[in-house]
Design a protein around this ligand. Structure first.
Ligand SMILES: C[S@@+](CC[C@H](N)C(=O)[O-])C[C@H]1O[C@@H](n2cnc3c(N)ncnc32)[C@H](O)[C@@H]1O
Length: 504
């Protein structure tokens, strides 16, 4: 695989290991166009729209090297666009010679269906055009790649026979414009030869978000404009100008092209969110993970979202009729979280907080758990989930659970389940994450946790999720007495409480 494709796929979240085992090809590496048409187009100098009839097998085959060079021609803009930093769409015009079939206009629709795999497909290009010499006929543009040496294959000839059309293919000078090239083709023609052309981007509502490298920076405004032109719905293109290491997980960005409005609307798993992309964290690559966690919840469960962002766990959980406590330290995230609660009409199911995650766990979470856990019985119980999606740091917050409920009545009927995220560059990321969680909690999780590979973030960097029930000895600083039967609130007496306090 060449640099371009490996980088593009990497940017879209494929792991380097996957790339090695799967076979991906770029358009350029998988195409093989007959050389003659392209070279003829270049040198014939004929006016666009004129054509000559070509007899079957009347062309010679070009030597392989020339063919390789010419392979790229049909889909390449003219060489003069190389190095362009300000987009001039006019400069992309070029003429290529393509095979056409002259067909009576009454049957063109039916023939088009029968020959759909043989006609030329380019963005914005009509496959049927007027015949300049005969108003009762039309010209059907064929793909030179599918008609080597202008000679129709047997199956195409068979189809033409059925329609009573002579199998004579004509040559036609077709004018290609900027609209007929794909963004990848345009950028490959403009950027320095032999360097990576990355047209991959993340889409967040109307915003396309790039992460350009140094050699691409002189072309950044052109790249931005090409992305807007070629992607309907994208009206703003930004480039990341700092790595994502800020406390709030957002990053500085430069608007490369289009409007400078970074307040956008996105849809994830059928739920709408609004957010200011320049001020809060939003990653479209986490939608599956958000869905996976929400899928684990049942109506009536309680979710504590320690690093909630604008609500992609919290809001779907509330929609599922869970009670949600959602927190984020970034005041902007907190405000957009409130906004999204209103937008999705789940205001009454979510309590929102704007505090440090540690304070949130030691305050509202502790308070709620100490109030609710003693009420749980084997027969009637609620599940409590704590989501901690701050992969760079969250594992270091796990020590908060050590003795969080010390002194509280011990309940084994329900222990809260933690889903904590972490990055790992380790050869065995699952082991690494488990060991780091254990170090933070001060106990072994062997046989009582599961680890999940969320996504490949960069070559050799994985995002993992570890899920476990907080062991009773961690939470209460003692094992819950085996004989202790969880009691319902009504059955509990003050004696129960004083005995438990003594035990702790
Ligand atoms: C990786 S984002 C995750 C957001 C959201 N949960 C998601 O899945 O898209 C982490 C969030 O944690 C917030 N954050 C960072 N440090 C924090 C802290 N110490 N306490 C609470 N929130 C924090 C950031 O503002 C950011 O919104």
């Amino acid at each position: 695989m060449n640099n371009f494709s490996s980088r593009t796929l990497w940017r879209f979240g494929y792991s380097a290991r996957l790339l090695n085992t799967n076979h991906f090809r770029t358009a350029a590496s998988s195409t093989s166009f007959p050389a003659v048409w392209m070279l003829l187009a270049q040198y014939s100098g004929r006016i666009p729209g004129s054509f000559v009839v070509v007899q079957r097998n009347s062309f010679f085959t070009m030597p392989e090297t020339v063919e390789d060079k010419a392979d790229l021609e049909l889909y390449s803009p003219p060489p003069k666009v190389r190095g362009m930093t300000q987009l001039s769409r006019e400069a992309f015009k070029r003429t290529v010679v393509v095979p056409v079939l002259k067909v009576k206009k009454e049957i063109i629709g039916t023939l088009l269906k029968s020959l759909k795999h043989t006609v030329l497909q380019r963005p914005g290009l009509k496959r049927v055009i007027e015949d300049p010499e005969d108003e009762n006929s039309r010209l059907l543009i064929l793909d030179p790649h599918k008609i080597p040496e202008f000679s129709l294959g047997e199956s195409e000839q068979e189809i033409l026979k059925q329609f009573n059309i002579p199998p004579a293919v004509r040559k036609y000078d077709l004018e290609l414009t900027y609209d007929n090239f794909k963004s990848e083709e345009i950028l490959r023609a403009v950027l320095p030869e032999g360097q990576d052309v990355t047209s991959g981007f993340s889409r967040v509502g109307h915003i396309a978000h790039l992460n350009l490298r140094d050699h691409q920076l002189p072309y950044r405004h052109l790249i931005g404009q090409v992305i807007i032109d070629k992607n309907p719905g994208v009206t703003c293109v930004v480039n990341k100008t700092s790595i994502i290491d800020s406390t709030y997980r957002n990053f500085q960005m430069e608007v490369l092209a289009g409007e400078s409005n970074l307040v956008t609307k996105v849809k994830e798993n059928n739920i709408a969110y609004e957010l200011d992309f320049s001020k809060v964290y939003w990653n479209p690559r986490l939608s599956t993970e958000h869905g996976r966690i929400v899928e684990l919840l049942k109506p009536g469960d309680v979710l504590f979202d320690v690093f909630a962002g604008v609500g992609p766990f919290a809001i779907p959980a509330a929609k599922k009729k869970c009670s949600v406590f959602a927190n984020d330290l970034n005041p902007e995230s907190y405000n957009w979280l409130l906004h999204n609660c209103k937008l999705n009409k789940v205001y009454n199911k979510i309590k929102a907080f704007n505090m440090d995650g540690r304070d949130f766990l030691l305050g509202p979470v502790r308070e709620e758990l100490s109030k609710e856990l003693p009420l749980q019985t084997e027969e009637q119980k609620t599940s409590f989930h704590i989501v901690m999606n701050l992969p760079a740091l969250a594992l270091e917050f796990l020590d908060v659970f050590r003795h969080l409920l010390v002194g509280e009545p011990c309940s084994t009927a329900v222990l809260p389940t933690v889903h904590c995220y972490g990055f790992s560059k380790h050869g065995d990321p699952a082991k690494d994450i488990q060991e780091r969680a254990e170090a933070s909690l001060g106990t072994s999780l062997d046989g009582r946790c599961s680890t999940y590979l969320v996504r490949n973030v960069a070559p050799n960097k994985e995002m993992m999720c570890i899920s476990f029930q907080i062991p009773a000895d961690v939470l209460y600083k003692r094992p819950c007495p085996a004989e202790e039967k969880p009691a319902s609130k009504r059955l509990r007496t003050s004696k129960d409480f004083s005995e438990e306090t003594l035990l702790s």
